[in-house]
Design a protein around this ligand. Structure first.
Ligand code: CP
Ligand code: NVA
Length: 307
């Protein structure tokens, strides 16, 4: 059996492969907007396994698979054997014999790696405690659409050094841009957990204003990620000064864009004036989950296509 390609973290793909995926996403988006039927995945099945809640990830994968002519099946831990202690390796053996591609949203990265090592078909990370590669693929595609190449640009990450932050850091190394991170003390980036090759592409700042200064893109995320709810009260206090507001946006470049993976908490990590303001591209960003993941599904199931 040939070992399938997986997308478990951002650095699983090369820069050339991302360039290909962004081109395909652009083409697939144009065709979709023109109501042109494109069914390369007819008779193919995506299985989606959710151990955490989701709106965008479920919707974009399920709608995307249907739009490509295939089917998507939703499983969660509450109403499948996955929540009753069936070994993840056994689940992978069975699920991958009945499907063409699998997407998983779970807790530790180790779980998805164990699943992938027993899967006959490609496995996609739909978010783990450590990474959220599909999100950053959509975010970078959105930046390219709005402002052109991201190479050499500066992204300011304000807040928690979570799964989304770690993925930005990996992306900076693969696609050659810089990330300026500012977190409260005690919540700094852990390079090993972020899976970084080196530290050339990121810098940590104690003051969020310093991280944001002259940035091309300013981004943040919730102070408490899924799975960390018990820390919520402590985090609310620790993160109070790491709120993206108009003053922070003013020190970024004049044409800087604001992004947020969503769901957002207005009045916590970002003020309403910024997320609902003219520099925000959060709705384009959310929509692009659909187009970029369609390109990803096409690539993982069929390889590179020539139309
Ligand atoms: N951004 C994102 O992954 O959203 P969901 O949690 O709604 O899937
Ligand atoms: N960091 C957030 C992202 C949600 C899409 C979480 O893991 O809950």
């Amino acid at each position: 059996m040939k070992t399938p390609r997986h997308f478990l973290q951002f650095k699983d793909f090369s820069r050339a492969e991302f360039e290909y995926l962004f081109e395909r996403a652009h083409r697939i988006k144009q065709q979709f907007k023109a109501y042109q039927k494109y069914w390369p995945l007819e008779d193919r099945t995506l299985v989606m396994i959710f151990e955490k809640a989701s709106t965008r990830t479920r919707l974009s994968f399920e709608a995307g698979m249907h739009q490509l002519g295939g089917s998507a099946i939703y499983l969660n831990t509450r109403d499948s054997q996955l929540g009753r202690g069936e070994p993840v390796e056994d689940a992978a053996e069975v699920i991958s014999r009945m499907s063409d591609v699998v997407m998983i949203r779970t807790y530790e990265q180790e779980i998805i790696e164990r699943f992938a090592s027993h899967s006959r078909v490609p496995v996609i990370n739909g978010l783990t405690n450590e990474y959220h590669p599909c999100q950053i693929m959509a975010d970078i595609f959105t930046f390219i659409e709005q402002r052109g190449s991201i190479q050499g640009k500066t992204v300011a990450w304000i807040g928690d050094s979570n799964n989304v932050c770690n993925t930005w850091l990996q992306a900076a190394e693969v696609l050659d841009f810089n990330v300026h991170v500012s977190t409260p003390p005690g919540y700094e980036v852990e390079p090993e957990r972020a899976g970084l090759y080196g530290t050339d592409h990121f810098e940590q700042f104690a003051d969020p204003m310093d991280a944001t200064r002259d940035a091309d893109l300013v981004t943040t995320d919730v102070w408490t990620s899924m799975g960390f709810e018990a820390e919520n009260e402590t985090r609310m206090k620790a993160f109070a000064d790491w709120q993206v507001d108009a003053e922070m946006m003013r020190v970024a470049k004049r044409d800087a864009v604001f992004m947020h993976c969503l769901p957002a908490h207005r009045g916590e990590e970002v003020v309403a004036d910024v997320i609902d303001g003219s520099q925000s591209v959060v709705w384009e960003e959310a929509e692009n989950r659909l187009h970029t993941q369609k390109a990803l599904l096409e690539f993982l199931v069929l390889g590179k296509v020539k139309e």
